[in-house]
Ligand binder design. Structure first.
Ligand SMILES: NC(=O)c1ccc[n+]([C@@H]2O[C@H](COP(=O)([O-])OP(=O)(O)OC[C@H]3O[C@@H](n4cnc5c(N)ncnc54)[C@H](O)[C@@H]3O)[C@@H](O)[C@H]2O)c1
Length: 289
């Protein structure tokens, strides 16, 4: 080896390069982590060394997701429950701290649609969508206040990823509740970025276009569930033209996969995005350009 090569080798030995994709030892809490984008994020972030806590309404799927992680040698915890119960976010954060001692990353992913034209939309339909996409992320972040404002945790990496949507940026007919709520996610993200920068917390959002998950499949292929006391029919109808038309999607004229969506969450959770806060990353395959 020439002298320059040897010098480089010694330097790397003294100050080893840290892979900015890695999340070794970090604890990631993902709401809605039992399936879809949240589950793909759990798998990807675990593969980068993170310990994963999954909350979901669907206990069976949450347990299955955790079994999959633990059988691959990762540390993971499932905490089922309805986030629309007002005290559930704090219980969730406390349970994760009790098990893993800390939380480094919060992914606010739980969500659903209750679509209707504005003239037919009921107060309950508007309200429940505002609650799951605005009140729940607000309560989840608030539940971390004590832990993240503690001066003992000042230097610990801390990041929030709020899942927004192109519906909140560009509007989608039949979704006034969802568009209003997802636009609110952007405001929440920017407010927290400013309010908690002094606690070394980064807060960003990702606005997805069409990602193929239960939420976007035709309802007859999905399932009904109850959240906040309301029956929710997951999915977007087959005949909903704007969603099913892929002609304006530039990447492959197809919806994105949950794993492709998860890549942005890794980016925003990891040191790869160390100099970003308050931002909204659009992940749409080029739609809406
Ligand atoms: N799929 C898309 O095209 C798309 C586009 C833009 C934004 N998003 C957003 O991405 C996020 C994840 O959605 P997805 O596409 O993976 O859908 P998904 O239906 O596959 O996953 C959502 C998960 O949230 C859980 N959940 C719903 N209500 C809950 C509650 N009250 N308490 C706890 N868990 C609850 C569900 O059980 C489900 O497992 C949502 O916030 C959604 O609005 C999705």
């Amino acid at each position: 080896m020439n002298p320059a090569g040897r010098l480089d080798q010694v330097q790397k030995h003294l100050a080893p390069e840290v892979d900015p994709c890695r999340l070794d030892g970090q604890v990631v809490l993902i709401t809605g982590g039992a399936q879809g984008i949240g589950r793909a994020a759990a798998q990807l972030l675990a593969s980068k060394g993170a310990k994963i806590a999954i909350n979901d309404l669907d206990e069976t799927k949450a347990n299955a997701a955790v079994r999959e992680l633990t059988s691959a040698g990762h540390e993971a915890l499932a905490i089922a429950g309805d986030l629309l119960e007002v005290d559930h976010p704090q219980k969730l954060v406390d349970a994760v701290i009790q098990r893993f001692g800390k939380v480094n990353v919060l992914v606010n992913g739980a969500g659903f649609l209750v679509d209707n034209a504005i003239h037919r939309m009921t107060e309950e339909q508007f309200d429940v969508v505002m609650k799951i996409h605005n009140y729940v992320p607000y309560r989840m972040i608030k539940a971390l206040s004590k832990h993240w404002m503690d001066s003992a945790n000042a230097d610990m990496p801390k990041a929030i990823i709020n899942i927004a949507s192109v519906s909140g940026l560009h509007g989608t007919p039949g979704q006034v509740n969802y568009c209003t709520a997802k636009a609110g996610v952007l405001g929440l993200t920017m407010a927290i970025a400013k309010e908690w920068s002094r606690f070394n917390v980064r807060c960003n959002s990702v606005a997805y276009g069409w990602i193929d998950t239960r939420m976007t499949r035709p309802p007859e292929e999905t399932a009904k569930f109850v959240s906040g006391g309301q029956e929710i029919v997951a999915g977007i109808p087959q005949n909903y033209k704007k969603w099913r038309d892929t002609s304006d999607i530039l990447v492959g004229a197809r919806p994105g996969t949950a794993s492709e969506a998860a890549g942005v969450i890794l980016f925003l959770a990891s040191p790869l995005s160390a100099y970003m806060t308050g931002a909204c990353v659009e992940c749409t395959g080029g739609r809406y350009l």
